[in-house]
Design a protein around this ligand. Structure first.
Ligand SMILES: [Zn+2]
Length: 312
């Protein structure tokens, strides 16, 4: 994304800008910048816009104002889109292998006292992360083409079917009603935050890093990811053991409720709770009673809990 100097605004651009301004603005009165509003790649919800939806959105976003939402007190600082188009990026493809296409907008901010700080920030080469709000009439399944909003097929977004990735294809935009942008430091790669939410984008991030000569960083991220997975598996096992300890201690809470109660607990909290349950069980039941209780219905509950955990 480029930041253009306020002095580089062409006559043609000024003409477009002045369509939206009450008073005639000159090159020194406006600061312009470019933003990528959306693209045809898969997002964190495992959905993506169709190419034709992007073409429609590019037309719809012209004239729409955006809010700078980094600081709530700066809500009056708005930028307006005066030009918007779709474009392909040479050599770049989406995670599902088609040419990458995006909606790029040009926006302006009137230069005045209250916008000074924001303009200085945009001018310093920072990137802009943008979120957009729009209405969409259709979301179809990428595998079979059925309407996913009404659950017309059994495919699930984010899963693979015979090697094909299933996602929702967003089509027929009805309205483009807002966009907001947050300024982030240039060195932070756009999309890093959301890339960890699904496997495909995580892999793409690693590939991007490797192809730009950052394979050490890619390896480091992969090792962190592996450690995080291990930690998560340990937490899963600990959750089951805590539920089992609670049932054994006969604390009077049924296993399903116990299961949902321990879901959000950290490893430390689980260890403490499990310890409490074990102490309670020790106090309440002598060793031979514990053997007896293993034979009752609660042992079936434990098995059920285990299966549920591992199928998630
Ligand atoms: Zn389907």
């Amino acid at each position: 994304m480029d930041n253009e100097s306020k002095n580089n605004v062409s006559e043609q651009e000024l003409e477009l800008i002045n369509k939206y301004s009450r008073k005639e603005l000159g090159a020194d009165d406006v600061y312009t910048f470019s933003v990528v509003l959306c693209d045809n790649d898969v997002d964190r919800d495992n959905e993506h816009f169709s190419d034709s939806a992007l073409d429609t959105l590019a037309k719809m976003f012209i004239g729409v104002t955006g809010i700078y939402d980094h600081d709530p007190s700066a809500k009056n600082q708005v930028a307006r889109i005066y030009d918007c188009k779709t474009e392909f990026v040479d050599g770049k493809t989406t995670v599902y292998g088609t040419p990458y296409k995006r909606v790029t907008a040009k926006a302006y901010i009137p230069v005045c006292k209250s916008s000074e700080e924001l303009i200085a920030m945009l001018d310093s080469g920072i990137k802009k992360e943008v979120s957009v709000g729009c209405g969409i009439a259709k979301c179809t399944c990428s595998i079979c083409g059925e309407d996913m909003r009404i659950g017309a097929c059994s495919h699930r977004k984010g899963k693979h079917y015979d090697g094909r990735f299933c996602c929702g294809v967003l089509d027929e935009p009805t309205d483009a009603y807002e966009w907001s942008f947050t300024a982030v430091p240039a060195q932070r790669r756009a999309g890093v935050v959301k890339s960890f939410t699904d496997e495909a984008t995580f892999k793409r991030l690693c590939t991007d890093l490797e192809s730009s000569g950052e394979s050490e960083i890619a390896d480091y991220i992969k090792s962190l990811r592996a450690k995080a997975d291990e930690g998560e598996r340990y937490r899963s096992v600990l959750r089951l053991e805590t539920v089992k300890a609670g049932i054994t201690a006969k604390i009077g809470i049924e296993s399903a409720l116990l299961e949902s109660m321990v879901k959000g607990l950290s490893v430390d909290e689980l260890l403490k709770l499990k310890g409490c349950f074990e102490k309670t069980a020790d106090k309440r039941f002598p060793a031979r009673m514990q053997t007896a209780c293993e034979k009752d219905n609660s042992s079936r509950d434990i098995e059920a809990a285990k299966m549920k955990q591992y199928t998630i």
